[in-house]
Write a protein that binds this ligand. Structure first.
Ligand code: MRU
Length: 350
């Protein structure tokens, strides 16, 4: 069976097009960005979301910034580019792929600072294109490791959306599930709805349905019962930032899942590309967790479900301690414990 291609991001004629993830699954519309400030808005408002997709969107945001400053003198061109990068960086704090992408492009600009703004612009454009292509290839590589971790028949639990929508294509955790399914394995998926933004209900369910992958949607609080009752063979989640010791920030609710998984000895895997590793930090304690608007909890869509203005605590992510993780799958390997040692070794490899 062939998979249906979902195009989350594309760049054409100096415009960045992003499938508007706020509107899925009801409407399949694209949001067009013609400058870096609209890319900032798209990331902040979660028109585009998912760590790898945010990174590639930001890379094209930098290309749009370079285009905007093209006719400035060289000094202004370079300093405006750095400022645009700093502006984009502030759109969302947790996913490290954002800074990773911006730094990649700023390093190119710095390395070629003797060239003209126009030459630098083309180099940045080529780099963003390469990063876009690489993201898809990386996901396909990670997905091949399904052989090592998924049995011939498996019921898999997943959280949030880690599919084609969260990346340039294929996905991270959901990419592993896709490849297992297309390789002929007997796969069944439980998708957590993922309150409050409902990425599981709106986006993962939509992706699973498009490809006829056998699955059911569950309220987040059902997961513990399924795990305790022996109904889940393994859990696969994505990541927004992985510290040097393997502590992993991911969508709120991931930590809770990991605790239940550990209690009942269910393997708990994180799937993420190298661009999600932040080796500048030792542990999860150093990860900044984004807090989002109270309205995300007080309302569902436009419908108020709690007393207006009731106080809310709404962290968008949590940190799963490395002890609760069975292995981390990246494009280079299935990384097992001890994580600090094995992550360091792998990062030395080209
Ligand atoms: O707030 P979001 O929807 O951007 O959060 C997304 C997640 O937490 C994903 O699990 C993570 O980015 C990995 S996506 C391949």
């Amino acid at each position: 069976m062939e998979n249906l291609e979902i195009k989350s991001i594309f760049f054409k004629d100096d415009m960045l097009y992003l499938i508007d993830q706020r509107k899925l699954p009801l409407k399949e519309e694209y949001f067009a960005c013609n400058n870096y400030k609209s890319v900032y808005k798209a990331i902040k408002d979660m028109i585009v979301r998912g760590a790898p997709a945010i990174g590639i969107a930001a890379a094209y945001g930098m290309v749009l910034a370079a285009k905007e400053f093209l006719y400035e003198n060289k000094g202004n061109f370079l300093s405006n580019l750095i400022n645009a990068g700093n502006y984009l960086r502030k759109s969302r704090p947790t996913a490290v792929n954002l800074s990773w992408a911006i730094d990649n492009l700023l390093n190119i600009a710095a390395k070629h600072k003797d060239k003209t703004p126009e030459e630098i612009y083309y180099l940045l454009y080529d780099k963003a294109r390469e990063m876009e292509r690489e993201d898809l290839l990386t996901n396909k590589k990670m997905a091949e490791f399904q052989d090592e971790i998924i049995p011939q028949k498996a019921t898999i639990l997943t959280h949030c959306n880690t599919g084609a929508l969260a990346t340039v294509g294929w996905g991270t955790a959901l990419g592993v599930i896709r490849t297992a399914f297309y390789s002929g394995k007997d796969i069944f998926v439980y998708a957590d709805e993922t309150r409050p933004r409902l990425q599981g209900a709106r986006l993962t369910a939509w992706e699973l349905m498009k490809e006829n992958i056998p699955s059911k949607l569950i309220a987040d609080s059902v997961a513990a019962t399924l795990i305790r009752d022996g109904k889940i063979d393994l859990i696969l989640v994505g990541a927004d930032r992985i510290a040097s010791n393997g502590d992993t920030a991911n969508k709120i609710g991931t930590f809770m899942l990991s605790v239940v998984a550990k209690t009942y000895n269910v393997p708990f895997y994180v799937v993420a590309p190298s661009s999600t590793f932040d080796l500048s930090i030792k542990s999860g304690e150093d990860i900044i967790i984004e807090e989002r608007s109270p309205d995300e909890v007080l309302k569902i869509g436009n419908t108020q479900i709690a007393p207006k203005d009731f106080p809310v605590y709404n962290p968008a992510f949590d940190v799963t301690p490395h002890e609760n993780i069975t292995a981390i799958i990246c494009e280079k390997a299935v990384i097992r414990k001890p994580f600090s040692e094995n992550i360091a070794k792998l990062s030395e490899e080209k």
